[in-house]
Design a binder for this molecule. Structure first.
Ligand SMILES: C[S@@+](CC[C@H](N)C(=O)[O-])C[C@H]1O[C@@H](n2cnc3c(N)ncnc32)[C@H](O)[C@@H]1O
Length: 397
């Protein structure tokens, strides 16, 4: 994830195809708003701009990740990320005498390839590497990458259409997946909870405020109870209403082993801090971050940070145990980042400088090191998890 706010540089031109795609999606959204009586919830809008088949950001064919895309994730920044994760997976698989790895939302497939390569070196390959990917376009890209970079491995890597039917023994992984879940947005006006939805005004998609329905109101009041104070007038934020059910269903797939969820996010008290009064929703377009969700629908990414307290509670409610919670920097260092970097650093000065740059991006507090957290939840697994050994922050959840 790279954040660069820059309001003065003009936006890059869209190609004719991009403009047509965005126009088609916008028309579809306007039609849905019309059919729904003039407005749709923000979560429905976000779902359409990200996942509408053939048109949404993740569903259409554009380049999303990497230098030519809109944002960069940790596995794309450096293979060291996946190699560290591989050390962790190897340790878990060793404790349970082998098993599978199940990755959700595999993006370009980079993490799967680098992780498997490292596990092969360690002699700890999983029986299967399962991938569940909602985007048909990304699934095709992942299959291409595995075919090109790991010929002969296709039978080990299995793409699923739904959650695994057979219980998983091993490791469940999701890197920067939950931040891509649609969120509902709210605003407090005159002490009342308003739902921020989407409507049409003239040619434009616009924000629309109505008194929040029962579910959203209850969720906001629950947050107020937990923080022991009401939100001030004008306070805006968001809630990912689908996340607890997702956590429960994915958690139920794990029979024995550890689930590692990596994302940018906060514990609840930081997420809903009075000073964070505009929420965390961000849009990414060509490596620039901004706050306009109606900019070029379908061509930009929309994300919201993850409430790790909620995620951990949902995991515990589905019977999972805590394996640990820490920052990405602590996790990678706990998995042996420094030693791995030393092992691959050659004599070439340019390469060493590049490696140092990658490590900084992954670990510095102002980069991904502290914004990103790792939550570990486990089932039938009573061993320490090395990524959490440096600093386990679960007491903060
Ligand atoms: C921001 S990208 C991260 C990709 C990759 N994990 C990485 O770190 O480079 C989000 C990914 O999650 C996928 N995704 C979103 N919701 C999902 C869900 N409910 N189940 C599985 N994949 C999902 C997207 O299609 C995309 O591949």
């Amino acid at each position: 994830m790279e954040i660069l706010f820059d309001k003065n540089t003009p936006w890059p031109e869209m190609s004719r195809d991009e403009a047509a795609l965005s126009e088609r999606l916008t028309k579809k959204i306007r039609k849905e708003i019309d059919t729904a009586g003039g407005r749709i919830p923000f979560s429905r809008y976000m779902n359409m701009v990200l996942y509408e088949p053939g048109l949404g950001y993740y569903s259409a064919g554009g380049q999303k990740l990497g230098a030519a895309g809109d944002f960069v994730t940790a596995p794309e920044i450096s293979p060291l990320f996946s190699r560290c994760l591989a050390q962790q997976c190897a340790e878990i698989l060793e404790h349970i005498d082998g098993g599978d790895i199940f990755e959700l939302g595999a993006g370009s497939g980079r993490m799967a390839v680098d992780l498997l390569r490292e596990l092969e070196k360690l002699g700890k390959l999983p029986t299967h590497y399962l991938i569940l990917e909602v985007s048909a376009d990304l699934r095709r890209r992942q299959q291409e990458m595995v075919r090109h970079q790991m010929p002969g491995w296709q039978s080990r890597v299995v793409w699923l259409d739904e959650l695994p039917r057979h219980p998983v023994q091993g490791v469940v992984l999701a890197n920067e997946v939950i931040d891509a879940f649609p969120v509902d947005r709210f605003r407090i006006d005159d002490g009342e909870v308003q739902e921020i939805g989407v409507a049409v005004a003239g040619d434009d998609l616009v924000i629309d405020l109505v008194p929040a329905g029962r579910h959203l109101s209850a969720a906001v009041h629950r947050l107020e109870e937990l923080r022991e104070s009401s939100f001030a007038d004008g306070y805006e934020s968001e809630i990912c209403m689908s996340m607890p059910a997702w956590m429960a269903s994915v958690g139920q797939c794990l029979e024995r082993g550890v689930m590692l969820l990596i994302d940018y996010g906060h514990v609840r008290s930081d997420y809903y801090h009075p000073q964070r009064s505009r929420g965390t929703l961000l849009c990414h377009y060509k490596h620039r971050a901004h706050e306009d969700p109606f900019f070029r629908p379908g061509l930009q990414d929309l994300t919201a940070w993850v409430d790790f307290s909620e995620l951990a509670e949902a995991g515990a409610a589905s019977g999972l145990d805590f394996a640990g919670f820490t920052t990405q920097a602590n996790f990678l260092l706990g998995c042996g980042l420094e030693k791995l970097a030393e092992d691959i650093a050659g004599d070439d000065l340019g390469e060493r400088v590049e490696l140092a740059r990658q490590i900084k991006l992954l670990t510095l507090p102002g980069e991904m090191g502290e914004h990103f957290k790792v939550l570990g939840m486990s089932r039938n697994f009573n061993y320490p998890v090395r990524g959490f050994k440096l600093r386990d922050l679960r007491h903060m959840l």
